[in-house]
Design a protein around this ligand. Structure first.
Ligand code: FAD
Length: 270
């Protein structure tokens, strides 16, 4: 496979830098072709702003989605953004790697998403009407490709367990795995999370690195998270509510959108 790893850590000698090297080496050892977008090293501009739309008339009021749609359609996005989009189209798999900062990704990576995920590329794709709400959540420009996260945390695994004070890790990462990766079509693999890493010693590093190598060995075969497809029959349109009767009656929140028992979505996708 062709793999793009988008790396968001300011220090190459960090734990994240070392884990990136472990991941890249193992992927290459498995015969995959890897490219890395190192956002800090490349001086990635994280703010989406007027400068992203050089063709916009100086007197025009900036509406980001509209300007993004026009610039994407005209091939007039900035070169840095177009280069990242080309890498996404090139890659069969996307990996986002970052330390958990304030329960989410570092701002530079969020800014990569804000700018690279243009209207017409990652959103605003397909028919939008009362009967069809776009090619998204399982469909879209990046459908057929795989994606996953590599994340490190200071907090303990227990703190991110179902009853842990931070909230479950899959819930915290849901806006990224479901909202950013599944939305434009990726099949999303379970996240790789290394917990309690701030005082990791050599033995701890060796264990984390081995766990990461194992995940990198199986990127092509690991089953994705069974998120429900928006257009697979599980949701009412246009309210986009899960159909009555689907999901465990006791389940609420993000978990509703994972089809653990494989009902309507997969039946209608087949
Ligand atoms: P580093 O600091 O580079 O290294 C961590 C440890 O690994 C060091 O002790 C280092 O010596 C050791 N190490 C062992 N082997 C190696 C090796 N081969 N190479 C390099 N280092 C090695 N945590 C949470 O849980 N939730 C949060 O919401 C959260 N918010 C944060 C917000 C901010 C702004 C910051 C700065 C931190 C936050 N943290 C949070 C903690 C953060 O997630 C961790 O500090 C981070 O994941 C550690 O990764 P690192 O690459 O920066 O580690």
């Amino acid at each position: 496979m062709k793999v793009l790893l988008v790396f968001a850590h300011p220090e190459p000698r960090s734990l994240n830098g070392a884990l990136r090297d472990v991941a890249v080496r193992e992927l290459e050892a498995q015969g995959h072709e890897v490219r890395v977008s190192d956002l800090y090293a490349e001086g990635w501009k994280s703010e989406a702003d007027r400068g992203d739309f050089p063709a916009l008339a100086p007197e025009a009021r900036l509406k980001v989605a509209g300007a993004s749609a026009e610039a994407f359609a005209a091939g007039a996005l900035t070169e840095d953004v177009r280069a990242e989009q080309e890498k996404l189209l090139w890659a069969d798999m996307l990996i986002l790697q970052f330390p958990l900062w304030w329960y989410s990704m570092p701002a530079i990576l969020k800014g990569w998403v804000d700018r690279v995920y243009a209207y017409g590329f990652a959103y605003g794709v397909g028919e939008h009407s009362d009967k069809y709400w776009g090619d998204r959540f399982g469909e879209g420009t990046l459908a057929g490709k795989r994606a996953m996260l590599i994340v490190t945390t200071g907090g303990w695994e227990e703190h991110y367990a179902p009853r842990g004070v931070n909230g479950p890790i899959d819930d915290l990462l849901f806006p990224i795995t479901h909202g950013i990766l599944y939305y434009p079509g990726y099949e999303v693999l379970p996240s790789f999370v290394a917990y309690r890493v701030d005082r990791l010693d050599e033995a701890g590093f060796a264990a984390v690195a081995e766990r990461l190598r194992e995940r990198m060995r199986t990127v092509a075969t690991t089953p994705p998270i069974p998120y429900r497809r928006q257009n697979g029959g599980d949701y009412l349109i246009p309210s986009l509510q899960l159909r009555p009767g689907l999901g465990d009656p006791g389940t609420t929140g993000f978990a509703l959108h994972v089809d653990d028992v494989g009902t309507a979505s997969r039946a209608s996708a087949a």
